[in-house]
Each structure stands twice: as C-alpha cells, then as structure tokens.
Design a protein around this ligand. Structure first.
Ligand code: ADP
Ligand code: MG
Length: 382
C-alpha cells in the first residue's frame, strides 16, 4: 500500500480515570516530585551521568542502523581522541546535543530556534546521516521507510511546527505535561520536519521537555528517555504507526507505550543515586573485574576499594595499605593514580579524593557491570 497523508488535529487526549495510562501519569508525577536527596557524591553522579549520555547517544544512533558497539565507541573515544569515522562522529554529535540541552534548557523556550540548534549539532560533519539543510526545515517531500503515513507537504511543515510549539508551550495544567511530551514526540515524527535526523532530534526533544517539566537533571537525576525507544525498535515504530492516523486509541496506546517505558527507566536510574546500591552492585564489582582482567594492579585495586567504601578519602585512609611508607610516598602513589585518571580531588588543591572511572582502565568494567545489572540495552556486547 502506498503511503498517504491524512491530517488530524493536534490535541490533548483524555485517558479516563480507570485507565492504566492515568496510573502511569500519577506514578510518574510522584517520581517527578520526589526529592532526590541521593547519597551519591556529585562527582560520582556526574561521571555516571556522562556514561548514560554516551549510552543514550549510542542507542539513538543505533535505531537508524549505526551498529557501533559500546566497546568500539569507548575504544575510539577514549583511545584515539580525534576521529573521522562517521559512525563515531554521529554518536559524539548526539552527546554534544545533550550537553547543549543541559546547559541551555532553563534559559530558553522550546521553539524553532532551539530545535534548529539541536538539529544542526546532531547532523554536523556527517554525510550519510547528515542533512542538506542543517537547522532548516526540509525543502522537499519525503517518505518514512516502512510507514503508511506520508508526512505533510513540505510547504506545510512550518505551519505544523508552529502549531506544535504552541501546543508544547501552552500553559495547560501540570497534570497534562507527560501526555504532552508523548504526543509531541509522535507529532514531530509525523511532521518529519527535516530531510534527515528527525528521529535523533525528536528523542532529544523528549529529553528537553522532560527537563523543562521538572525532571531535574542538573543535580540529582539522570534521564535516559532514548532507552525507552531504543530497547526495541520494532515496538517503537509500531507504536508510532498506530498513532499516525490520529485515532484516539492509537494516540492513547502511544502515550501508554512512552510513559510505561519512562517509568521503568527512571526508577532504574534513580537506584544509582543510592550510594549503598551503587557501591555494592556497580563500583566494587567493576573494580574487581578490572583487576581480574589485569587492567589495574592489586595495589590500585586496594586503593580504589577504599575510595569506594569511603566515597571521599584522604591520604591517611590508605596508610594501613602501605605500612612503613611515609606520607610523601603515599602522596606519590596518589599522584600516580590521578595521572592515570583513577582518582580525582574533590576540589582543586584539595587533599580529599574520589574514584574516577572515565578512563581506559575502569570504564569498560563499569559498563560491563552496568550491563549485568540490566542498565544497558538487551543483547549488548561490551
Ligand atoms: N510510522 C512512523 N510515523 C512517524 N514517525 C516514524 C514512523 N516510523 C519511524 N518514525 C520516526 O522516523 C525516524 C527516522 O527518521 P530520520 O529522519 O531518518 O531520523 P534519523 O536520521 O535521526 O534516523 C525514526 O527514528 C522515528 O522517530
Ligand atoms: Mg536517517
């Protein structure tokens, strides 16, 4: 069957008090309001956040056929710095776009300029997954592969997008926020405003909307909405297709799909803010694994175990590991660990240290252990 275009009105839906969707909205609202007095130190939290941003970006690129594995990406990103490999650049671009959103979201409205900027960042320097008109709406008609829905004529794109921005920024009651986020994701994909990069941009739009609505990521929370869509691409496309006609049931089903996925992801990631959980289930096992793989020495393992147990430690805390060694020798050991990026100081010139794991020696093990604890997409090979 050839794809056709059929207009439907952009509007909020009423899930009905008894529906599972209403339960999801209430539960997510509870998570949104929950105060996140996590016990994980900000330094450790931000390192984890960077890892999840990287995983998000890999996931988002993978949906559209970028088959870079986490292991390959780490290899290229950490080990070789500059790269011209298009697959790697695509993922790096998405990471940059997330950072752009984090930095700017509180000061700027979600509007055409904001979305254009995100689009420009994600397609930058790419050929196959680039765009002829970075940051600008498409100037031709197109089809979505495998879909019966034909996106609107290119002359109508800006009208539809203006309507979408109005919908996003309209001052509705807060209880509609999550429905608006889900509906906007579908509407954006349905309009398909760009010649390419619509999927990557819309997943970041969802990220931006959630932050705007109070799922705070500046400290306390990591959001990885892409995981909702990337864990099962067929389910994602099918749910989008169901909503393409604009039928009430299709839109409700789409919203339920998005919000159910979000709830699972948010609850999972919030666990990492509990330092007891994080240290026992992720950090300590990762350090043992790194030692087993001979990425770190026994001495490094011992210092890191203390670093993990204390979360913030000082030179005197490692004294018993090195009987007979004077303070200056311990300082040398700590300096070496800093050079190898296995520890960081709490502040510049501070004598307090924390574990650092975005380095060649520990990152792979951290990710492998995250995988064992179901924090990675299914079937991921690390
Ligand atoms: N049936 C559908 N209806 C609306 N949007 C869809 C449908 N199927 C897929 N999409 C969206 O289109 C995106 C692919 O569009 P594309 O412009 O190639 O994005 P990218 O270049 O980022 O992969 C998918 O990620 C998805 O968000
Ligand atoms: Mg594409």
């Amino acid at each position: 069957m050839s794809a056709t275009f059929k207009h439907f009105d952009l509007k909020l839906v009423d899930p009905g008090f008894e529906s599972p969707l209403t339960d999801l909205i209430i539960e997510l609202d509870h998570l949104r309001r929950k105060s996140l007095g996590g016990t994980t130190h900000p330094h450790i939290f931000f390192q984890l956040k960077n890892i999840f941003h990287m995983l998000e970006s890999i996931g988002s690129a993978r949906i559209e056929g970028n088959h870079t594995t986490i292991a390959e990406y780490i290899e290229k990103r950490i080990d070789s710095g500059e790269t011209e490999d298009e697959n790697i650049l695509e993922i790096l671009n998405s990471e940059k776009a997330m950072a752009f959103i984090d930095e700017n979201i509180s000061d700027y409205p979600i509007n055409r300029a904001f979305v254009s900027e995100v689009h420009k960042i994600i397609v930058k320097n790419l050929n196959k997954e680039g765009s002829k008109n970075a940051g600008q709406y498409r100037k031709e008609n197109l089809k979505i592969v495998g879909s019966n829905h034909l996106p609107p004529d290119y002359t109508q794109v800006s009208v539809y997008m203006d309507e979408l921005f109005k919908f996003i920024n309209n001052k509705d009651a807060k209880k509609y926020d999550l429905l608006k986020t889900a509906i906007s994701h579908h509407r954006f994909a349905w309009i398909h405003p760009f010649d390419n990069g619509n999927g990557r941009t819309v997943r970041l739009l969802t990220y931006a909307m959630l932050i705007k609505q109070g799922f705070n990521v500046s400290f306390g929370r990591i959001l990885n909405p892409t995981a909702v869509f990337c864990n099962d691409r067929n389910k994602y496309y099918k749910a989008l297709s169901n909503a393409d006609t604009g039928s009430e049931s299709g839109i409700l089903h789409w919203c339920e799909y998005v919000l159910a996925g979000l709830k699972v992801e948010i609850e999972k990631i919030d666990l990492l803010l509990n330092y007891n959980y994080l240290s026992a289930n992720i950090l300590l096992p990762a350090v043992s694994l790194a030692k087993k793989k001979e990425n770190i020495t026994e001495r490094e393992e011992k210092v890191l175990q203390i670093a993990i147990k204390k979360q913030v430690f000082m030179s005197s805390d490692i004294e018993r590991l090195f009987p007979g060694k004077v303070h200056s020798e311990r300082s040398r050991i700590l300096r070496r660990l800093r050079e190898k990026k296995m520890i960081i100081t709490e502040k510049d010139n501070s004598r307090k240290y924390l574990i650092r794991f975005d380095n060649n020696y520990l990152l792979r093990s951290i990710i492998e252990v995250l995988g064992k604890n179901n924090f990675l997409p299914p079937n991921e090979e690390v």
